[in-house]
Design a protein around this ligand. Structure first.
Ligand code: AMP
Length: 601
């Protein structure tokens, strides 16, 4: 059986963890760090890169770099959030029709699920290399407020990346698991999660082996990068005042200032004062200029004070929804890198009137909790039972644009519930079933998940034809709806899935596409290296063949024919395998020659 992993698929960073013995541990990524930037890019050289490499080349190649893809998962193009996100995060690389969002990278369009899958696949590869075994089973976390489409899209991304997704789990639930709070009965927990791009506040109640979400609130546009924006503006203003030069007009300089601002912010979580020192930041007619300025913790705290207050306003709103006062919260957990800031900790402490729990690295709590959950589901962890709940109410539209609930929010899942409806008019021959998710009593104010018709009803007076609608939510929080015409004797049943769920065939195609292209990039990299080191390329004819096959594979990768890519990469790998021993022999020979030379000299 393969090792089960837990994944925190974040907006800015993603982490992967697993159980080692009885403890969850973070698996380091290939670059050596503990988290992978959630960025994907097609480099100018035509190679797809994920993580640090993608992040680093973002300034110079922004139109082919995608980050923050989490915000587009399961969203419709027509939805409001997209416009803002396109500007803020994805530049000009999004297109789509009413329902589908496509992200353009290197002239090719991708579904957000495919981009997320590239990040997930990288994590899977890193985990396999680290653990020395195949990794397929995974629990992936999502924010508590993610709706059915967003959860389904995340699950699909996992499938495309080659995972068997054991469960989609809410981030605050995972954090509470990491702190061992599932053992507590009737305790109210607030998870304050201030990450790079978003703020989430979730109030949970532990009891009966589950966490119930009592309320969530947050701001999808408030996070560490907004803190950085404030510091950058302050630094640029100060520099302009002194030198007359606006660094914001120079992309490279601005990126250096951004990096320095974030670094200073980090340092000021443990120091009272630091210095930003950026030599040769820009030059003009008078010569090169340097940015050197002291930065005090107090200064940064002043710059972001209103942003911290805004997070507390979200906390207040969540408490109102949960009908609780701050002092009724038993435990406050701090999650997300920005909660390292002493000012954030202080304000949270003042607001709730109690010391927040720390102890676990705030960046890692969610991934560690997901690993525990994965361990539970794969049988490695046996002393915990956990039930998840559905975050939002699900129901159907009834006469007068009314939203009629079938499964109320916070119901423990999996669950299956039915409700009977009857025809509203005489001789009604069909019923349209519109499925929604949300808390409004007005149907249109909620999110439409899907619809279908029950046709060929018998022509009867109003109210006499009965239809039973069944909603079933599986353990991932994903919904299946069926309707049975009870009158005709022969029951008919129709099942729909959330609209963002990809068809099985599409998922398989995307998974094969991802796998073939990633393999192709690896073989192309190897061929390129060999070609440079292969001295006898002309005499053997093998070098020419390798060059030729490289072109064929690159050509195939321009198209959509997966078989052509596989054929191309197999041919290239075969030739590369013939060249490899020749190059090795040469380099051994050269190595000896050099060593001899040095000795005799
Ligand atoms: P996350 O999305 O949870 O990984 O959080 C990332 C955010 O946390 C980024 O904005 C980081 O700059 C910020 N962050 C990480 N470490 C620190 C620190 N020591 N002090 C302040 N902010 C930090």
């Amino acid at each position: 059986m393969s090792k089960a992993v837990g994944i925190d698929l974040g907006t800015t960073y993603s982490l992967i963890a697993t159980m080692q013995g009885s403890e969850p541990v973070i698996i380091p990524v290939a670059e050596g760090g503990r988290h992978l930037p959630s960025a994907v890019a097609l480099t100018k050289g035509g190679e797809r890169v994920v993580g640090d490499l993608a992040k680093r080349q973002a300034v110079l190649n922004h139109e082919n770099t995608v980050h923050g893809i989490k915000r587009l998962m399961g969203c419709r193009y027509s939805e409001k959030t997209v416009d803002t996100d396109v500007k803020r995060l994805l530049y000009n690389v999004v297109e789509g029709d009413e329902d589908n969002i496509k992200v353009i990278m290197g002239g090719r369009s991708y579904a957000p699920q495919e981009i997320s899958a590239m990040i997930l696949r990288r994590l899977r590869m890193d985990a396999e290399a680290y653990l020395g075994e195949r990794v397929t089973d995974a629990v992936i976390t999502v924010p508590a407020y993610f709706n059915d489409s967003q959860r389904q899209a995340t699950k699909d991304a996992g499938t495309i990346a080659g995972f068997n997704v054991l469960r989609i789990c809410s981030e605050p639930t995972a954090a509470a698991l990491a702190y061992g709070l599932h053992k507590e009965e009737g305790r109210v927990i607030a998870v304050y999660d201030l990450g790079g791009g978003t703020f989430d506040l979730c109030i949970l109640e532990a009891g009966g082996g589950s966490f119930r979400v009592k309320a969530t609130n947050g701001d999808t546009h408030l996070g560490g990068s907004d803190f950085d924006d404030r510091i950058v503006k302050w630094m640029c203003d100060a520099f302009q005042k002194e030198s007359g030069v606006d660094l914001r007009q120079d992309k490279m300089a601005l990126q250096r200032v951004r990096d320095a601002a974030e670094k200073a912010k980090h340092e000021l979580s443990s120091l009272e004062e630091t210095e930003v020192n950026l030599p040769y930041i820009i030059s003009d007619n008078s010569g090169p200029k340097h940015l050197v300025m002291p930065v005090a913790r107090e200064q940064i705290e002043r710059l972001v004070a209103d942003l911290i207050t805004e997070t507390l306003n979200c906390c207040q709103r969540a408490l109102v929804d949960a009908r609780l006062r701050p002092e009724q919260v038993d435990e406050v957990l701090l999650v997300g890198g920005c909660t390292r800031m002493p000012k954030v900790q202080e304000e949270v402490r003042k607001f709730f009137g109690s010391e927040p729990r720390r102890g676990i690295d705030p960046d890692e709590a969610v991934a560690l909790g997901a690993a525990i959950y994965a361990g539970m589901l794969s049988g490695e962890v046996t002393d915990i039972a956990l039930m998840d709940v559905t975050p939002l109410t699900l129901g159907v539209r009834t006469v007068g644009n009314v939203a009629t609930p079938i499964i109320p929010r916070s119901t423990v899942i999996p669950t299956s519930q039915s409700r009977s409806f009857s025809t509203a008019t005489d001789m009604q021959r069909s019923i349209e079933i519109l499925v929604y998710q949300g808390e409004s009593k007005i149907f249109d104010a909620n999110r439409l998940l899907g619809c279908f018709n029950l046709n060929n009803l018998p022509p009867e007076p109003a109210g006499s034809v009965k239809v039973e609608v069944n909603f079933a939510i599986d353990e991932n929080g994903i919904l299946n709806v069926s309707a049975i015409n009870k009158n005709t004797g022969t029951a008919r049943e129709i099942t729909i899935k959330a609209s963002s769920g990809l068809e099985e065939a599409t998922l398989i195609r995307m998974a094969q596409d991802l796998e073939s292209r990633e393999n192709a990039y690896a073989v192309l990299r190897q061929a390129d290296k060999l070609l440079k080191a292969f001295e006898e390329r002309a005499s053997t004819g093998l070098g020419e063949k390798l060059e030729q096959q490289t072109l064929v594979l690159k050509e195939a990768m321009q198209g959509e024919d997966i078989n052509a890519i596989w054929t191309g990469l197999h041919d290239l790998a075969e030739t590369a395998a013939k060249i490899e021993p020749l190059v090795e022999k040469n380099s051994n020979g050269n190595g000896n020659k050099k060593a001899n030379g040095k000795l005799s000299g």
